[in-house]
Design a protein around this ligand. Structure first.
Ligand SMILES: [Zn+2]
Length: 347
């Protein structure tokens, strides 16, 4: 990064008086500016920063390597409580476009982006442009009193397609020279998402009707369930992302027994010993590995994709609930532009 640009960022950080820790960490920050993997504009490509990996991957499916793309939230980290690092302020300050899920998922990152974005840069919240407030879902983990709706729109494939459409339109608006490329990729991605939507429905339809119920630890399927005819009968994780109380656990065990819930689903990102206890005492099967923002595999692998994430979840659900996982297991999960080696995405 040129020296004057570093100074500019530092001055902004001070002027905006964001948390004093960032000012104290100037030395670290400057070091990070020189040594980090932050994107640079030297190749003239649009600089795009996003937050969670499913969104980074949907962007990649439209953009390919025609932009410099950086995801900020490391995979396997709790995105709901993620606090960006000083080095993330540098990445956000360089971005032309910052895509976030919105719906309060990434508030600290959005605040940091607002305080540091350069002139002309834009923050685009995908969730708010996908559903209207009357469609917001609130539940045990995202109670209405707390004011933030359930933010997990992307497990609903049609909402993910809307994300892709918003991303395409913004990339074209900011980088019209590559409009044809972005349009072609979107069209190809749309075909895949529509095929995914159908494969998800076929897989859910193969699950016996009385088993089409989800009891999850992390509450990621609030918008998925109504689209595909599943019922979310509960989520275990309280709204503060702590462990549930003894009383909550006891109530859940009673509920699982009464409703004959066949399986309870844990999350890759939130391992919880309480789930094993609930499963043991209720007689339900414990399945530990659903995921909502941790893509399967590693960057550079074909299955490291939004499509891979959804196929993995559906395979797991079908296996646990008596459906036919073969209806989705062979779905082509690769990215439209190929593997994502060039995307900067912390693991
Ligand atoms: Zn989540």
């Amino acid at each position: 990064m040129p020296k004057n640009q570093s100074h500019l960022i530092v001055r902004r950080l001070i002027i905006n008086r964001i948390q004093p820790i960032y000012v104290l960490l100037l030395a670290v920050l400057l070091l990070a500016a020189c040594a980090s993997t932050a994107p640079t504009a030297v190749d003239g490509k649009l600089i795009v920063v996003s937050t969670v990996s499913p969104i980074t991957n949907i962007i990649y499916n439209i953009s390919g390597d025609h932009i410099n793309l950086t995801g900020i939230v490391p995979e396997g980290v709790n995105s709901h409580t993620f606090e960006p690092a000083p080095s993330d302020a540098i990445k956000l300050a360089q971005a032309d476009l910052i895509f976030v899920n919105g719906l309060s998922l990434e508030e600290p990152t959005v605040k940091l982006a607002e305080a540091n974005k350069k002139d002309g840069a834009e923050i685009i919240a995908l969730g708010e442009q996908t559903i209207t407030p009357d469609e917001y879902m609130y539940d045990f983990s995202f109670p209405k009193e707390a004011g933030s709706p359930n933010p997990h729109l992307w497990p609903n494939a049609i909402y993910a397609l809307r994300y892709a459409e918003i991303i395409r339109d913004n990339l074209i608006r900011r980088d019209s020279a590559n409009a044809d490329y972005y349009n072609q990729n979107y069209d190809a991605f749309k075909v895949r998402i529509e095929a995914l939507d159908k494969a998800i429905q076929d897989t859910i339809n193969s699950i016996p009707e009385q088993n089409r119920r989800l009891l999850t630890y992390h509450d990621s399927f609030a918008y998925f369930a109504p689209r595909y005819g599943m019922t979310v009968i509960g989520a275990i994780q309280p709204s503060d992302f702590a462990e549930p109380s003894a009383k909550d656990v006891a109530n859940l065990i009673t509920q699982i027994k009464e409703e004959k819930v066949p399986a309870i689903f844990g999350s890759e990102v939130f391992p919880s010993p309480i789930l094993e206890q609930i499963a043991k005492e209720s007689g339900a099967k414990y399945v530990s590995d659903l995921r909502d923002d941790d893509l399967p595999g590693a960057p550079g692998e074909a299955r490291h994709s939004y499509l891979g994430l959804m196929v993995e979840d559906l395979r797991i659900m079908a296996e646990a609930l008596g459906g036919d996982p073969s209806l989705i297991a062979d779905f082509d999960v690769s990215n439209v532009p190929g593997t994502d080696n060039q995307v900067i995405q912390p693991q």
